[in-house]
Ligand binder design. Structure first.
Ligand SMILES: Cc1cc2nc3c(=O)[nH]c(=O)nc-3n(C[C@H](O)[C@H](O)[C@H](O)COP(=O)(O)OP(=O)(O)OC[C@H]3O[C@@H](n4cnc5c(N)ncnc54)[C@H](O)[C@@H]3O)c2cc1C
Ligand code: SF4
Length: 560
């Protein structure tokens, strides 16, 4: 078996949000890094944000063609005719679920940059309101860290990533190092002003990883719209052309693409991780790569899968799993409640190539806030992401001249989507499916995932409150939805190798270092002790940088 022995200080598995930052931080400090990535290299040549649909073979109008190989990935429309090859083939890399608990594991990228190629870019801080929620309402565990520990890393990451937004002075949604916010559209401004006036809820410009000012050779956004297809001006944050590019520019980091990590290699006698065994995607041959420390950044489910597949006689139920907690408490945001409404008269003309602002507005959490009495229906809370659009009236009735006229009547609308916190529960868990392997011969995950009463009540509230706010804003043709029993799907998974102060109840310490094996770290969202309603990636990146600084300190003092 080909081996690259003692070549590297650190192996980082995964080149997405967390892995990109780990590779950058460590290699810029002079460490030799091997960056293992299961997917192909990404390049500006693959970006198609300016390619019109008519230039494509199926005009991006044949979802059934995309569904053939990616029935799960294409449920979310960012996997489409433009981008389908960036995603896993669902048949080559399957997973299973119990028949009564369907779970749609979408957003499985196989390119340098991982999910940051297609993410929605909403970038929000957590606060002690989140980190210490258990102390306040009695459910679950507090995080083993506080806001003051992460704050300097939020600052550092935000300045580099480039996040547009506005300072609002909200205690539960701390302000950050913002670039100027994007201006609001007419219907956004009307909605924000009326909801604030009538219901007292702040509605703010979304804090988003889209540039409004140039930084580090990246240009400001020019409002072309489909960021999920790439960006030749590098105006949104994608690890492929930011953190990973910086890491490679140091000359200290080697990107090993098409490298599907199978397991962490260990020296049982010394209780140490020694490297990674991976399968080459193209040749299907196994390879070993060795280093002084190993960091998993493959995304929550994938990193947990690697640890479960790395079981040894000493750790028979998964590596670094003396607590037995590995795989349990997985959470993901709930998103099945919201609404839409129209704002007639706010727009007079629309063209196919009108500018498209890629950033909307946001309603921060308003339930169960610090000085309010506890909301009776559920614990914790949710926020809303709101996108506005102007479109032709494709649903106009009739035919002939009358239809042609009616269809050109532009419609200004708002989509209001709730993003809610899910409570971590032991019975939501990941395990290996003993019956099934992927095309590389690696055992796959069986995902046990379902909502409980708290989530169902929150989804109902999301739908009802969306209607209330659209009403208050004077919207017409309001439609709301709340689907508490819809098949579970998610993009913000977290918590399957939770952090904690007590090694008996957690897998990682506050620096995302496994309690059991000192030179093994997991720096994606696996460690999240809870999954607050704000989008997770800004916190994923900030904690990864913090944990890398700790790792380097430990290396310097020869503690690793
Ligand atoms: C459509 C969409 C919209 C989103 N919108 C937002 C948003 O608005 N705000 C927000 O905060 N978050 C958003 N997210 C989530 C965000 O993208 C993730 O939280 C973030 O990218 C996770 O970072 P990560 O480093 O854990 O994993 P990723 O960024 O997914 O990177 C993991 C990498 O590991 C690689 N990998 C996996 N398994 C292996 C293996 N065995 N061996 C080697 N490599 C492996 C993958 O190929 C991938 O490149 C969105 C996600 C999607 C899909
Ligand atoms: S909308 Fe802005 S960030 Fe998105 S692809 Fe276009 S220029 Fe890039």
């Amino acid at each position: 078996m080909p081996t690259q022995s003692n070549l590297y200080d650190v192996i980082v598995v995964g080149s997405g949000a967390s892995g990109g930052w780990a590779a950058k931080r460590l290699s810029e400090a002079g460490l030799k890094v091997a960056l293992l990535e299961a997917g192909r290299p990404q390049s500006d040549k693959n970006f198609s944000e300016h390619t019109p649909p008519f230039a494509l073979k199926y005009r991006n109008q044949a979802p059934e063609i995309v569904r053939k190989l990616r029935p799960v990935q294409s449920v979310f429309d960012v996997c489409n005719e433009y981008t389908q090859n960036w995603f896993v083939n669902d048949f080559d890399e399957p997973y299973t679920t119990p028949s009564d608990k369907p779970f749609l594991w979408m957003g499985r990228l196989r390119m340098t940059g991982g999910r940051t190629n297609v993410w929605g870019r909403v970038s929000l801080r957590y606060s002690d309101f989140d980190f210490k929620a258990a102390s306040r309402d009695g459910y679950g565990e507090d995080w083993p860290l506080a806001y003051k520990d992460v704050e300097p890393y939020y600052d550092l990451v935000e300045k580099y990533v480039g996040i547009c937004g506005s300072a609002e002075g909200l205690e539960h949604l701390p302000d950050g190092q913002f670039q100027p916010p994007m201006p609001l559209t007419c219907q956004e401004a009307v909605f924000a002003n009326r909801v604030k006036a009538k219901l007292g809820r702040p509605v703010i410009p979304t804090r988003s990883a889209n540039l409004t000012k140039p930084i580090n050779g990246r240009g400001p956004c020019h409002f072309c719209g489909p960021c999920e297809r790439g960006c030749i001006t590098h105006s949104y944050f994608n690890a492929a052309f930011t953190t990973v590019a910086d890491a490679l520019a140091t000359g200290k980091c080697t990107l090993i693409s098409n490298a599907m990590a199978y397991k962490v290699l260990t020296d049982s006698a010394k209780n140490r991780a020694t490297g990674i065994l991976y399968i080459d995607r193209n040749t299907r041959q196994p390879h070993e790569v060795h280093a002084r420390a190993v960091i998993l950044c493959a995304q929550t489910q994938e990193s947990t899968r690697i640890l479960l597949n790395s079981a040894t006689p000493q750790y028979s139920n998964g590596l670094a799993n003396s607590s037995g907690v590995l795989g349990h408490y997985i959470t993901a945001h709930i998103r099945s409640g919201g609404g839409t409404g129209e704002f007639p008269g706010l727009v007079t003309k629309h063209t196919i190539s009108s500018p498209r602002k890629p950033v909307g507005i946001y309603i921060p959490r308003f339930r169960n806030l610090k000085n309010d009495p506890p909301y009776k229906k559920f614990l914790r809370g949710y926020g809303y992401e709101i996108e506005s659009g102007i479109d032709f009236n494709f649903e106009a009735p009739g035919f002939g001249e009358a239809y042609k006229k009616a269809v050109r009547e532009p419609r200004a609308s708002l989509d209001v989507t709730g993003f809610g916190e899910m409570l971590p529960r032991w019975d939501n868990f990941l395990e290996l499916d003993p019956q099934k392997k992927d095309i590389f011969g690696i055992p796959v995950l069986k995902i046990h995932f379902s909502d409980a009463e708290n989530e169902r009540a929150m989804i109902q509230d999301m739908g009802a409150s969306a209607g209330e706010m659209l009403e208050a804003a004077g919207a017409k043709n309001i439609k709301t939805y709340a689907h508490p029993s819809a098949p579970r799907w998610a993009l913000h998974e977290a918590g399957a190798a939770r952090m904690g102060a007590d090694p008996k109840k957690s897998v990682l310490n506050q620096f995302q270092q496994t309690h059991d094996i000192k030179n093994l770290f997991v720096m994606d969202a696996s460690g999240f002790t809870s999954n607050p309603c704000q989008n997770p990636t800004l916190t994923i990146m900030s904690l990864a940088v913090r944990s890398c600084d700790y790792l380097m300190g430990e290396m310097k003092s020869n503690s690793l």
